[in-house]
Design a protein around this ligand. Structure first.
Ligand code: GRF
Length: 211
C-alpha cells in the first residue's frame, strides 16, 4: 500500500510511521511522499533523513482552493497513492480530494473524539480545554476523513491519564508518546493488511488471522 503523509509541523507522527515501517511494525506499506504546506516544516527534514521525497505545496501559491486541490490530487495520483495520512496537517482540504479518497484518508486527532474536536480544536488548544474542563482522562483518535471536521468513522482510540500539575505542553507530550505515536502506525498497519472495514459509518476491525 502506497502512502502519502501530509504534514504542517514538527512531524513526530511522521517519524513514528517511518520508524514503524523500518522496524516491521507496519507491513505492506511504503511512504511514497511527504507533502507540507509549510516550507520550513521540520517534518520535511525528517522525510529527507529517511530518504523519503518531501514536497512543499501550499494553497497560498494557487488562485483558489480548487486549483490547489487539483495540484494536490495530481501529486498523489502520479505516485499511485492508496492511503493519505494527515499527521498534523492544518489545511482545509478541498471536497474533491475528500470524495476522491473516501475511506482512504485518515487523520490523527489529539483527543477522544467526539470530545474536544471540531473547528478550532487543534494543537495545544485541545489540551488547554481538557485541563480547563478538569478531565481525568483524555487521549487520541485515528479516524477516516469525511467532509466534516474530525467527524469521520473512528478507527482506533487510546486513553491517556491527565495528572495533577499537567500543563498543556506536558499533557500534549504524554498524549503523543502514549497514544498518537502508537495508534497511528497501528491503524496504517491494519488498513495495509485489509483488517479494517467500514459498515454503516462504523469501522469493523478484523483481528487475528481471519481477514
Ligand atoms: C499532533 O498533536 C496531532 O495530534 C495533531 O497535530 C500534531 C502534529 O504533531 N493532529 P507532529 O507534527 O506529528 O509532531
Amino acid at each position: 500500500m502506497k502512502l502519502a503523509v501530509l504534514v504542517s509541523g514538527g512531524g513526530t507522527n511522521l517519524e513514528a510511521i517511518l520508524t514503524a515501517i523500518e522496524e516491521g511494525k507496519i507491513t505492506n506499506a511504503t511512504v511514497e511522499v511527504v507533502i507540507s504546506n509549510k516550507k520550513d516544516a521540520y517534518a520535511l527534514e525528517r522525510a529527507k533523513n529517511h530518504g523519503i521525497e518531501g514536497i512543499y505545496l501550499s494553497p497560498k501559491d494557487y488562485e483558489n482552493r480548487s486549483q490547489f486541490g487539483n495540484a494536490l490530487v495530481h501529486e498523489l495520483q502520479k505516485r499511485n497513492v492508496d492511503l493519505i495520512v494527515l499527521a498534523g496537517y492544518l489545511v482545509i482540504l478541498p471536497k474533491e480530494l475528500i470524495h476522491a479518497y473516501e475511506n482512504r484518508m485518515i487523520n490523527i486527532h489529539p483527543s477522544l473524539i467526539p470530545s474536544f474536536c471540531g473547528k478550532g480544536f487543534y494543537g495545544l488548544k485541545v489540551h488547554e480545554e481538557v485541563l480547563e474542563r478538569g478531565c481525568k482522562v483524555t487521549g487520541a483518535t485515528v479516524h477516516f476523513v469525511d467532509e466534516g471536521t474530525d467527524t469521520g468513522p473512528i478507527i482506533l482510540q487510546r486513553a491517556v491519564e491527565v495528572l495533577e500539575g499537567d500543563t498543556p505542553e506536558i499533557l500534549q507530550k504524554r498524549v503523543m508518546e502514549q497514544a498518537e505515536w502508537s495508534i497511528l502506525p497501528e491503524a496504517i498497519h491494519l488498513i495495509a493488511n485489509q483488517k479494517i472495514r467500514v459498515e454503516d459509518g462504523h469501522v469493523i476491525t478484523v483481528r487475528g488471522e481471519q481477514a
